[in-house]
Design a protein around this ligand. Structure first.
Ligand code: SF4
Ligand code: SF4
Ligand code: FES
Length: 263
């Protein structure tokens, strides 16, 4: 199924419509972890055979299941272009955005059809199927005060900043709060009270902003027992980030700021 086919089916498609089979399609098996917390005692795996093109994204495959095979499949997505961060899931055991992963990158050597497994991200309670409760994640995000703090009198013009000062936190401005990093962190899996890398990335974005005056407060929050010292520098978070943010490096910079009491 191509993106354009997906768009056509979004207006006309529903369970029971004739499923489109694009020319050149191969059949892939998609195994999805299902769990309806209202009715099921245990999660289960459902398999679907889907005709798809190597250029399709995993999100297209999920749409195919939802629109033609099983309308009860539940997942989040919005932009479909790697911007909103809502479709983070574990694809073949790795945290990814479903709208950014192409089928051709999951095919076995020689482009042979393969089985793709899709599960919810780990460490957050599952509501239904691939839909998790993001509230604990956003609670940690809010706790680090991810907004500009400035106690000086309101300026009469914009607060100026040099290019070098802006560069210090450029990388961490790219975060889209998808949770791929936090939910790939082994420390977060074993103890959900750890703030997690995404919260630290968003603290970093303001701690190193020369216009901000809340660094001390945030560092105080992050020196807590659930803060940066829990990080074991395993780099899972950096590998998982779909925005290419150097997450572990940002965490190290926050640790250094705490150690040397200097931003
Ligand atoms: S580097 Fe730290 S925050 Fe990132 S996954 Fe490893 S332990 Fe978690
Ligand atoms: S740092 Fe990267 S992986 Fe983590 S929430 Fe932000 S965008 Fe997602
Ligand atoms: S749907 Fe928005 S990032 Fe994938």
């Amino acid at each position: 199924m191509t993106a354009s086919t997906a768009e056509q089916t979004s207006s006309s498609g529903s369970k029971g419509s004739e499923p489109p089979v694009p020319e050149g399609a191969i059949t892939v098996t998609v195994k999805i972890r299902r769990f309806n917390t209202e009715f099921d005692d245990e999660p289960r795996w459902d398999s679907f055979e889907i005709p798809a093109l190597p250029s399709d994204r995993v999100l297209n495959l999920l749409h195919y299941v939802k629109w033609y095979l099983d309308g009860t499949l539940t997942f989040r997505r919005s932009c479909a272009h790697g911007i909103c961060g809502s479709d983070a899931m574990r694809i073949n055991g790795v945290n990814r955005l479903a709208c950014k992963v192409l089928l051709k990158d999951l095919l076995s050597a020689g482009g042979k059809p393969t089985t793709i497994t899709i599960e919810p991200i780990k460490g957050l309670p599952v509501h239904k199927d691939l839909l998790v409760d993001m509230e604990p994640f956003f609670e940690a995000f809010r706790a680090v005060q991810p907004y500009l703090i400035n106690y000086s009198p309101e300026p009469t013009r914009e607060r100026l900043q040099s290019a070098a000062d802006r560069e210090r936190f450029d990388d961490t401005t790219k975060c889209i709060l998808c949770a791929c990093c936090t939910t790939s962190c082994p420390v977060y899996w074993t103890d959900g009270s750890y703030f997690g890398p995404a919260a630290i990335v968003n603290a970093h974005r303001f701690i190193f902003d020369s216009r901000d005056e809340g660094a001390e407060e945030r560092l105080d929050i992050l020196s807590d027992k659930e803060g940066v010292w829990r990080c074991r520098t395993t780099f899972n978070c950096t590998d998982a980030c779909p925005r290419g943010i150097q997450v572990t490096k940002a965490i190290q910079e926050v640790k250094r700021a705490l150690l040397f009491k200097r931003v």
